[in-house]
Design a protein around this ligand. Structure first.
Ligand code: F6P
Length: 326
């Protein structure tokens, strides 16, 4: 697109994540700074199909950096997942004079953005999901806050479990990825961690660890299970049956997605929001804003949606060393 972008739309889609609001704020402030008009598209791609647009001025995003959730609301849209839906979305943007779009969310959001880009829409994506399962970036907005929320819960569970000399199985979110479980399990001092990236082996990953922990004098046990690996209730049932140990289950659920974002998420969201709008202003389109270490860069959405994120292999080795020490 040769014409300079004067009006951008911003949407959040898929599961919300702490820091999305900080990203929206950064987009609006950067847009205003660069002389652009900003429009919030409510309820993600579904809102795009319904022309659910609101004007966003600098004063509308004041105080947003500290707020959890997304003020633009979010949704998953079956209609947008069709070719007709995508066409309609692109037409609605055009009719509203929106020349560029910032889409904040996870891989589903990126696929939607990619489809729109094929219809000629200038779009840049920002990774926002507590799952941290986007391959092109080492970090997705919301992950750190969600890890901390889940870790605090695990710390509390550990206190009461210790008093009662019980076993706890805590199920955390993460969709099909184990990043959240792995980090929460390591930080929370788990006896064992079950993640979808490693085939679940209850004998080796749970029962053998329990025997070892007990041989080492442990009177309490704690397992962190990623929702994509196993159901906490099934793991607990196996422990009860095979060991007779009193075992309780906690499914943390949506508590992990709420709350005020921690500083890391606010900063990453702000920098990614700035970068996405700056890219659009410079005519760079079809990109996902990424982070690696302290380095912000961008990857074509087309490549991003094809990439698969693996686990840090070193962390798996470290994990084995740390857990074996139980
Ligand atoms: O992608 C974020 C996430 O919280 C996943 O970890 C989880 O599997 C999913 O969303 C839950 O979605 P919903 O809130 O629609 O049940």
């Amino acid at each position: 697109m040769s014409e300079k972008i004067k009006k951008i739309g911003i949407l959040t889609s898929g599961g919300d994540a702490p820091g999305m609001n900080a990203a929206i704020r950064a987009c609006v402030r950067t847009g205003a700074y660069l002389g652009m008009e900003c429009v919030g598209i409510r309820r993600g791609y579904q809102g795009l199909l319904e022309n659910d647009f609101i004007e966003l001025k600098v004063e509308d995003v004041s105080g947003l950096a500290s707020r959890g959730g997304t003020v633009l609301y979010t949704a998953r849209s079956a209609e947008f997942a069709t070719p007709e839906g995508v066409k309609k979305g692109a037409e609605n943007l055009k009719a509203a004079g929106i020349q560029g779009l910032v889409a904040i969310g996870g891989d589903g959001t990126f696929r939607g953005a990619y489809d729109l880009s094929k219809e000629g829409v200038c779009v840049c994506c920002i990774p926002g999901t507590i799952d941290n399962d986007i391959a092109c970036t080492s970090y997705t907005i919301g992950f750190d806050t969600a890890c901390n929320t889940a870790m605090e819960a695990v710390d509390r569970i550990r206190d009461t479990m210790k008093s009662h000399e019980r076993c706890s199985v805590v199920e955390v979110m993460g969709h099909r990825a184990g990043h959240l479980a792995l980090n929460v399990g390591i930080a929370g001092g788990a006896t064992g961690i079950l993640i979808p990236e490693t085939p679940v082996d209850l004998e080796n990953h749970v029962l053998a660890r329990i025997r070892k922990a007990r041989d080492n004098g442990r009177t309490f046990l704690l397992f962190v299970v990623a929702e994509g690996a196993a159901k906490a209730e099934d793991v607990a049932a196996c422990i009860r049956l095979q060991t007779g140990i009193e075992t309780r289950v906690t499914v943390l659920g949506h508590v992990q997605r709420g709350g005020s974002p921690l500083v890391h998420d606010r900063i990453v969201a702000t920098r990614m929001g700035y970068t996405a709008v700056k890219l659009l202003s410079e005519g760079v389109t079809g990109q996902v804003v990424c982070l690696n270490g302290d380095n912000y860069f961008w990857t074509p959405i087309e490549e991003a949606v094809k990439m698969k994120k693996g686990l840090d292999e070193e962390i798996a080795v470290i994990l084995d060393a740390i857990l074996t020490g139980c």
